[in-house]
Design a protein around this ligand. Sequence first.
Ligand code: GLU
Length: 579
Amino acid sequence: MTKARRGLALVAALLAATAPQALAEAPAQPEHTRAIAERQSVTAETHMVAAAHPLATEAGLAILEAGGTAADAAVAVQLVLNLVEPQSSGLGGGGFVVHWSAENARLATYDGRERAPLEADETYWLDEDGEPVDFWDAVVGGRSVGVPGTPMLLETLHARHGRLDWAALVQPAIDLAEEGFEVSSRLAGAIADARELDRFDETRAYFFDADGAPLEAGTILQNPAFAETLRLYAAEGARPFYAGEIAEAIVEAVRTEENNGILTIEDMTAYEVVEREPVCIEYRGRDVCGMGPPSSGALTIGQILGMLEAFDLPGMGPGMEANHLFLEASRLAFADRALYMADSDYVDMPEGLLDRDYLAERAALIDPERSMGRAEAGEPPWEAARLLAPDAPRPREGTTHFVIADADGNMVSATTTIETGFGSRVMTNGFLLNNELTDFSRAPRDEEGRPIANRVEGGKRPRSSMAPTVVLEDGRPLLLSGSPGGIAIIPYTAWSVIRILDWEMEPQEAIDQRHLVNFNGPTGIEAGPEAEVLAEALEALGHDTDIRDLNSGLHVIRIENGRLTGAADKRREGVAAGD
Ligand code: GLU
């Protein structure tokens, strides 16, 4: 067993050993978090997986060992995550994949984002009085469910970049669903904390015991309905999810559960995964690339990094000066995001959001000594800008990110989601359905009647923050990164690039650093030792501050001279491992 593999076995054993009592005594820091927090970056020569659960990492490694490609492994990883981390992602949701093909030296981005029903319009989230419904009233039930993209996304990935037999990639999740897996302390905590998770029968029957108590850590959980779904997926691929029995079950669940939606079978058959041009920005001689619209991820990260290029971050190193500059660049980028960014198949967007001159102008607004407070959106040369109104940011927790490197040098950086933890709470055929339609602005216009770019429209994809990222150096991958965390995905991922590349931190050290975020409001400081001291220093520069948990789930691999160095976020229960 290599060092990295031993690490994986150790973490899996620690996860399994976490008793519910231990949790009750130390709710702030579950045992698995402490164990994982002590890990170092792991290194490997051949291939590597970093994902949000040891069983998912293990499944991906088994596929790589069998000669599978990174895309093959991604299928197995995602399906096991659906089972063991069901609150975050799965066949009922969507996601984005950035894929590097070593043979073609080509980066491709795949959009498997959910879509609104074709009959939906901008009044979708308004109540009888024409007011936007409350967030939680929107989340729970069929109305928030968009057409899932993940079943077709995985199939597309395999068709384009896979090597092994499709059914073999589905099998690890089938085996685990049948045999059962141990509910981790994190999943048990999420079940106990989730709002209204017991509202719908199938969901309640799965996540609660016969007496209605939430499942405890250590419970062995089987999911025969999911195994059945996966057998169909193995035999027939994604088709039944869009034009067959699973599609019909999804439509029925969406239309009949309380707070029902209007999804039709036509919406399901009309769904498409779209390959889109990667969005890249050159940052200190490297290309930072990721997913363009409907995600705001790569554009907003690109703006932050593009502005920071005006400052000597490598020279100044980590510290208050760099923190302040990062937070101010974030304010400016989030102001543009709120006004301009949405599904560009539906909304015209300025082409110049990553324009060098424009970003230099924006960077010039940053005062290294004093916060600007609230930033205004800029004016890239584009007429329609004045017609739009900005929307309000909303931080969320959920989602999963994984990275894979195979023996041939192919890479996957993938972020997938069902939106909030446990999505819409509606379950069918053993998996949860997303609540992605709440990623649209619920208000379609501002008080003056100006449209908000991210309003609901029929067939549109809600704006995302997901930012699976691949950094290229001399046209070859140097770093894979990304995270869950709603809009905080953007600063988490941007910080990982700065810390690993500008400051040459080891990947684990880099992602362990305290998070500082700004979405063009107060500065969020991750709770922890000395948080107050940091808050005081930032307040002295004019920031309003807010100390809170910032639960990233960064999974990264750095590739240097053929050597892979990976890390998994100590804030979750994932693990990086390779051979
Ligand atoms: N649905 C969110 C998005 O696409 C991600 C949610 C999360 O990471 O918690 O931006």
